[in-house]
Write a protein that binds this ligand. Sequence first.
Ligand SMILES: [Zn+2]
Length: 270
Amino acid sequence: MLSLAETLSMKGTTSIRNLPQTSDKRCNECSRYLLIINNQEQCGYCSLIKKEDEQIGIEAREALERKERMKALRIFNKESIINDRLKQATFENYEPNNESQEKAKAIVKRYVENFSTDNPVPLMLRGDYGLGKSHLAAAAVKELAEKNITSIFISVPKLLTKIKSTWDKQSETTEEEILSALEAVDCLVLDDLGAEQTKRDPNGNIPWSVTKLFEIIDARIGKHTIFTTNLDNQELQEHLGPRNYSRAMEGVHPIKLTGEDYRLRKFKEA
Ligand SMILES: [Zn+2]
């Protein structure tokens, strides 16, 4: 039996002569009829069109994710997330006062330089107040922004207040929008973890803030998250509860800062 292409070419329709013949066998993967190209049976769909379809799918998904991330930034840019002092924070104006601070600066700088969404690393900057943990995290966010990497820097107590404010029916933003924004962003800084109120109610129930915080941290697993805290391991575990704690600490790279209060030192020098 002659193929359609052959029939047409016999009638002198030269433009269609190069059309491949159709086999009577079907593709194992997609069940479409195979084509005979250079005496070999091939699936036209799987060998060509499917790849293009997949590429279009990937591009569409990426565009959607980009849009989500931009929306995330808009939600959080409506208010000042980084206070004025931290707005000025850069790696250059972070002055390490001892080896632990020097090391912390070097690690966070390297973190920014090597930042890749394919290789997410959660960082935990810990140490007493005033050692510049937030300064380093804010500097990181600023440099990431210059590399077109979307980041949100927010203190945990402020974040919880913001979420609470969405419960008001007048609120422009919904809690869900905030949570998906926190999930979508390339890098999330949760500043001052442990400063939020987590007291149990008189009945001994876990407060909503702990549950919410866990939801946020859990959604960030496998993504870049920078935590800062002045709690030690023991305190943090008590604060979050053992289950939340071990989930939150999964794969976390701890960076310990020691020394004298950074802001106090500046004050003394002035
Ligand atoms: Zn196929």
